[in-house]
Design a protein. Structure first.
Length: 113
């Protein structure tokens, strides 16, 4: 694992809301901290209402985590392009975020309960 990335279990219960819907709620989130960047909360797929997410064609590559796939949120009231991302096969040392999706806090509401 890159020495500037720290992953821990996120304290408490975390929720993602968008378009008037609760998309995820879990007490099993992963808190990823990369250097001086703001913490990112990764939600296990099992806690996400995946019916609201469509995989988009967007992909990016992080030199530390690997290739990211993106998801668009689709609800009755809104469509939020590339609102979340996932490292489906992350690089060695980053396996803890496999099977998880993170969301942009400027596109959804992410709250710790």
């Amino acid at each position: 694992m890159s020495d500037h990335i720290r992953m821990t279990r996120a304290d408490g219960t975390w929720v993602v809301r968008a378009g008037g819907a609760v998309l995820a709620e879990t007490d099993q989130a992963v808190d990823l901290r990369e250097g001086s960047r703001a913490p990112v909360i990764y939600f296990p797929r099992s806690a996400i209402a995946m019916a609201f997410l469509e995989k988009s064609a967007t992909q990016t590559t992080c030199p530390h985590k690997g290739r990211a796939s993106y998801y668009t949120i689709v609800t009755k009231s809104t469509r939020i392009e590339d609102a979340g991302w996932s490292y489906e096969t992350p690089k060695d040392g980053m396996e803890r975020i496999a099977g998880h999706i993170a969301f942009y806090p400027d596109r959804v509401t992410i709250e710790q309960l």
